[in-house]
Design a protein around this ligand. Structure first.
Ligand code: ADP
Ligand code: ASP
Ligand code: MG
Length: 420
């Protein structure tokens, strides 16, 4: 039997009626002749609630216990989905991560897949079961403890299963009907794309477009998984949604193909640090050890360049990270200072910034995108605090209150509402 992977996100399983609606879609695919692996998220809002409970109980928590708590939302929806399918006459069995087992690294809160042995689920299909419902987001560490894959991780579970089971397709059902030129909740001018390249989706996802978890796109690209995003609320068929595919399969090619945003960023500046070899390592080593995901980094030019004649040169170092990691970052820097590893005059923290980025494969061969982006932002009087570029993206850090405006402005400036 051909295998299909169907993933339902939080809003698609938010209550019993929605689980029933999703189960109908699964039943239809079973009737079309597929053995189906269903990956479910927790009910919408559930994981946030669990994360809050962990933080309220223990602000610098033990990550093993964090995973024990926050993985639990998926257990409920997996069981309920299997029960609903059984009620509809579809033979289904649920699986928690450890039962498959979904083997991962022991990086709690951000674990990576090691292997997904097929035997147990294949045996159930061989017995005549038509659907395996798997709890997304979770896995099992080599030490035998529950792990989670990072927020939005059920997308990655889905793609990993599609790769492991050589599924015909991996359908990601969500609360929008595809991938858009930007988040459709920020501008009604956002345009749905029929196709998007793995590379562009990878950038958009890593820059904040949470419609797919970054790692899921990486895995789909590596294992050539046919990946599709579509609505769990609309009637859907083979042609619905957006396909994520190789660049060669795409006809439309704009210089900029999408705008992404990441709302809850923070900017941290270490003011007046020594400018000497090893200072960056002394700052970013402890941050990494504390689990802080540093994103943009800017080091000011020193007044005097470091050399043997200027041992006293000083500079400033600025970096960005997610707002909810600021407490960890601050603690790591204060401890490094107390331990004599670094010495700054002041630690300046700005928790009111967002990142807005434009992405497009066409930027590889077109100049002028940065100039156009900065002009558009300046026309709206939006001040840019930090800039970062790569081959196919430009990102800026700006005041959070201007985030929506910046997205809309850039979407207009690059003509993304028009098909060509
Ligand atoms: P799920 O719970 O189904 O995993 P998510 O909330 O994680 O859903 O992802 C879907 C959301 O992603 C949409 O509701 C939309 O607001 C957001 N989003 C951000 N950027 C985009 C984009 N470019 N195209 C479509 N949706 C986007
Ligand atoms: N429930 C998890 C989260 O909210 C995983 C997911 O939905 O993909 O992050
Ligand atoms: Mg998601």
């Amino acid at each position: 039997m051909p295998i299909l992977v169907m993933k339902f996100g939080g809003t698609s399983v938010a209550d019993l009626d929605r689980i029933a609606n999703a189960a109908e879609k699964v039943k239809r695919e079973v009737e079309r002749g597929y053995d189906v692996i269903v990956i479910v998220s927790a009910m919408s809002g559930k994981t946030n609630e669990l994360v809050r409970w962990v933080n309220e109980t223990s602000p610098f928590y033990d990550a093993r216990e964090y995973d024990a708590v926050v993985s639990s939302g998926e257990n409920v929806t997996a069981g309920l989905m299997a029960l609903r399918l059984q009620e509809m006459g579809v033979s289904a069995r649920s699986w928690q991560g450890w039962q498959v087992p979904i083997n991962t690294t022991s990086a709690h809160g951000a674990a990576r897949f090691e292997s997904i042995p097929r035997e147990n689920i294949d045996a159930k299909f061989a017995e005549g079961f038509k659907v395996a419902v798997v709890a997304g987001f979770q896995g099992l560490s080599p030490e035998g403890r529950i792990t989670t894959l990072g927020r939005g991780g059920s997308d990655t579970t889905a793609v990993a299963f599609a790769a492991a089971f050589e599924a015909e397709r991996c359908d990601i059902y969500t609360d929008v009907d595809g991938i858009y030129t930007t988040d459709p909740r920020i501008t009604s001018k956002a345009r749905k794309l029929d196709r998007i390249s793995f590379e562009e989706m990878l950038e958009l996802a890593s820059l904040g477009a949470k419609v797919l978890q970054t790692r899921s796109v990486e895995l789909a690209m590596r294992y050539k998984v046919r990946l599709r995003v579509l609505s769990s609320f609309d009637e859907t068929d083979e042609t619905s949604g957006t396909i994520v595919c190789d660049e060669e399969e795409i006809m439309e090619s704009k210089v900029v193909s999408g705008v992404a945003h990441s709302r809850d960023e923070a900017k941290i500046t270490l003011f007046t640090i020594e400018d000497r070899p090893g200072i960056a390592a002394a700052i970013f080593g402890p941050l990494a050890d504390a689990g802080v995901n540093v994103d943009m980094i800017v080091q000011n030019i020193s007044e005097k360049d470091y050399d043997d004649d200027h041992p006293g040169a000083v500079t400033d170092m600025t970096f960005s990270c997610p707002v909810d990691q600021v407490a960890r970052a601050k603690k790591a820097m204060e401890e490094a200072k107390a331990g004599g590893k670094i010495n700054y005059e002041e630690l300046i923290i700005d928790t009111d910034v967002s990142k807005v980025s434009v992405v497009g494969i066409g930027m590889r061969s077109h100049a002028g995108v940065a100039a156009k982006m900065f002009q558009a932002l300046s026309a709206d009087n939006i001040n840019i605090k930090v800039i970062a570029t790569s081959e196919i993206k430009i990102s800026v850090l700006i005041d959070r209150r201007y985030m929506e405006l910046a997205v809309q402005t850039l979407h207009d400036a690059f003509g993304l509402d028009r098909a060509s």
